[in-house]
Design a protein around this ligand. Structure first.
Ligand code: 3HC
Length: 691
């Protein structure tokens, strides 16, 4: 099947790209487009060519799935050189998104028309790359480096209106971009030889260079672990200082080097893992989601309020419910204040805040949930409370309404069982702050209806979340693995490490916070209560809580927080307490390197992940990584815990776990059978049966 259809509209040829779903520039598309270009240029009756596209995207960029394979000719830079150097004008008709290589195609054209809804961007930075087909050279020539550099640095696409203002597109139309592009192509053909972006130098001014250097300095200072920011700076600098051919060669060399970088590979793995997570066994397009016109959220605490904001942000009316007027007033005011921060920062106008607030109806009493198509309970984390609420909801909610619990740990099947409609009940686990964090764990208990799961997935996307469907077990995927890490952190303290050493190892790895700083922030009493409810103990953590050192809110936890400071200081009393615990257990304390600490924190998580995979709680290793990347701030360039484990080597992880299990006598550290099996076979997690 050819991916490009060449048609004639008077004396203009139109090459219409058709490579579903998003017209990625696969080898076949590149070859077909080059052929269409040659054909149009050779046809004496054709004065110009329009490049248009079928489907929801103009072109979504290079085909990311081809990265890592030997490049098949024609490579993109060669195709774009042929377009730019064509003897007759070539005009891009951009409807939908023009991203990465897709925008680079448009930049190589001699004119660009966009529809109002189009979006244009160079998102390569998010994949650990830089534009690799002339974007870093042609965009600064077209719109100036001071505007081009931030676009490439953020990777965020810009709306067509802004593209017009920047001179990135020549014309904006309500509809029929192809018709307008044909008209522009004819106009350009009448003017003789086309203007080539690569030959322009009017924007390569000292003022642009100066503005760019200031932006570059700032960007480099903030670039952290990613090598592509420095590469981007170097490429744009080449655009400003070197002839086009040399600039293109510089860009290409940098791009190819980044393709082989492990951090960049991890980001590409994440791109596909997140998309694969959307594919859920048993839920295909034949399962029709239920309509969601109105929602209700029970509990107006920080979590409930954040969830209500998610609905309001997506334009869905929501009733926020509490048990007393005083509590709902407080919760409602907190939502208003949270929006207030955005208004203060300038990321939201007062008018938008009012629009969002108007979508949130405060109410007292569960009866207010009667009209909702979905009810999300975000009340106290205790089974008795959940049972009571779901029992009442069963009599109040309308038939067909979805009843969801935001529980972080509890058994959703048990919650569903108190209703007469367990097929309508599932878990929707948001992460705090719910209006910010991207992850939505959709907990699928055994008896839930398929269309309820499909509705939850669709709703999650509508709320701007990354939904991951998981099985029902204690803590589901994320918190079950977090618990493994928490136990590991406690073991490290008893064995000889100190809180700041453990935290530093994790922040050095790329996390924003270590486990103890995090626990102090969340409140150490939360996990203490949970441990007590389950008859579990953790000697150091319990001793700290017994002293009322609950964390930041009490001014003391694993660290001291003088006068409400947010950054903790080492606390000699805590350190003495830890030493006492070690002594009481007969442990001779020893020091640990950051590398040892990391292995001891992360290997048990991977072990738990392997069990989760084996039990079918997660469908694939990529789902587990998606959970950790979007719910727990695992550094994206490390690809998630399962990807990280593969990069370390599963055999190494097995050996380290065996050693830890032998040392500690803790059987939970014995390598999971799946982990052992894959390591013995020299395979990765992608070889598991569930994938
Ligand atoms: N290459 C290969 N596959 C791609 C792709 C690409 N550039 N972009 C999207 N896809 C695939 C997805 O994997 C998904 O496949 P699946 O259905 O089998 O899971 C399918 O297209 C649809 O993608 P989404 O689910 O993301 O669809 P949306 O409608 O939500 O979003 C989109 C569409 C905005 C185009 C989004 O997919 C996107 O942002 N794509 C990536 C864009 C990008 O990063 N481009 C730069 C590529 S690098 C490059 O061009 C280098 C160059 O400079 C040389």
């Amino acid at each position: 099947m050819p991916t490009v259809a060449l048609t004639r509209h008077g004396d203009v040829a139109v090459a219409s790209l058709d490579n579903p779903p998003v017209n990625a520039l696969s080898a076949a598309l590149r070859a077909d487009l080059l052929q269409a270009l040659a054909q149009a240029m050779a046809d004496a009756d054709v004065v110009a060519l329009v490049i248009a596209a079928k489907g929801r995207a103009f072109i979504a960029g290079a085909d990311i799935s081809e990265f890592g394979k030997p490049p098949a000719p024609p490579i993109l830079p060669d195709l774009l050189a042929a377009i730019e150097n064509a003897p007759k004008p070539v005009v891009a008709a951009i409807e939908g998104v023009a991203l990465g290589g897709g925008l680079e195609v448009a930049l190589a054209c001699h004119g660009r028309v966009a529809s109002q809804a189009a979006k244009l961007g160079l998102p390569e930075i998010k994949l650990g790359l830089i534009p690799g087909a002339g974007g870093t050279q042609r965009l600064p020539r077209l719109i100036g480096a001071a505007a081009a550099f931030p676009m490439m640095l953020s990777g965020e696409p810009i709306p067509a209106q802004k593209a017009l203002a920047l001179g990135l597109v020549d014309k904006l139309v309500e509809s029929d971009a192809v018709g307008a592009a044909i008209a522009l192509a004819q106009e350009l053909a009448g003017k003789g030889a086309p203007t080539r972006t690569g030959e322009r130098s009017d924007k390569l001014t000292p003022a642009e260079q100066e503005a760019f250097e200031a932006l570059a300095k700032d960007a480099l200072a903030k670039s952290g672990e990613m090598p592509n920011v420095a590469a981007l700076v170097e490429a744009v600098r080449a655009a400003l200082t070197l002839p086009l051919a040399e600039g293109l060669a510089t860009e290409r060399a940098l791009f190819v080097k980044l393709l082989g970088d492990e951090r960049s590979k991890a980001l590409r793995y994440v791109f596909f893992a997140e998309r694969e997570a959307a594919k859920v066994p048993g839920i295909d397009e034949s399962v029709k989601p239920r309509p969601i016109a109105r929602a209700a959220v029970i509990g107006a605490g920080t979590m409930g309020g954040g969830i209500a904001m998610c609905f309001a942000n997506a334009g869905i009316p929501v009733t926020l419910i509490e048990t007393t007027q005083e509590q709902i007033d407080k919760g409602h005011a907190r939502v208003r204040d949270t929006y207030g921060f955005s208004v203060k920062r300038g990321s939201m106008t007062e008018a938008v805040r009012e629009q969002r607030m108007a979508l949130i109806t405060p109410a007292v009493g569960l009866a207010a949930a009667a009209e909702a198509d979905i009810v999300i309970e975000a009340a106290f984390e205790e089974m008795g409370v959940k049972r009571e609420i779901f029992g009442a909801l069963d009599t109040i909610a309308k038939p067909g309404a979805i009843l969801a619990s935001n529980t972080s740990y509890l058994d959703v099947t048990e919650i569903a069982a108190v209703t007469s409609r367990p097929a309508d009940v599932l878990g929707l686990h948001f992460f705090s702050p719910a209006n910010v964090m991207k992850l939505l764990e959709i907990v699928r208990p055994a008896g839930v209806a398929e269309d309820v799961v499909a509705t939850a997935i669709g709703l999650g996307r509508k709320l701007g979340k990354v939904p991951v469907v998981v099985g029902n077990c204690f803590g589901f995927v994320g918190n079950r693995m977090l618990e493994a890490r928490t136990r590991a952190a406690e073991r490290l303290l008893v064995a000889g490490a100190l809180p700041h050493e453990v935290d530093a190892a994790l922040t050095g790895f790329g996390f924003k916070m270590g486990p103890f700083a995090m626990s102090d922030l969340a409140g150490n009493d939360i996990s203490w209560r949970s441990r007590k409810a389950r008859g579990k103990s953790a000697a150091v953590a319990d001793a700290i809580c017994e002293r009322g050192w609950f964390g930041q809110k009490t001014g003391r936890g694993y660290y001291r927080y003088p006068e409400g400071a947010r950054a903790g200081e080492r606390d000699p009393e805590v350190e003495a307490l830890i030493a006492e615990v070690s002594a009481s257990k007969g442990v001779t304390r020893r020091s640990f390197t950051a590398e040892e600490i990391l292995a001891r924190l992360l290997d048990p998580m991977v072990n738990e992940g392997a069990r989760i995979l084996d039990e079918g709680i997660a469908t694939r290793a990529g789902d587990i990584d998606t959970v950790w990347l979007n719910g727990y701030n695992w550094p994206a360039w490390r690809g998630g815990p399962m990807h990280w484990a593969e990069s370390v080597g599963l055999g190494t992880i097995v050996k380290r776990l065996e050693q830890q299990a032998a040392e500690s006598g803790d059987v939970s550290l014995e390598p999971a059978p799946l982990l052992r099996k894959l390591a013995a076979e020299g395979k990765g997690f992608s070889a598991t049966k569930a994938t």
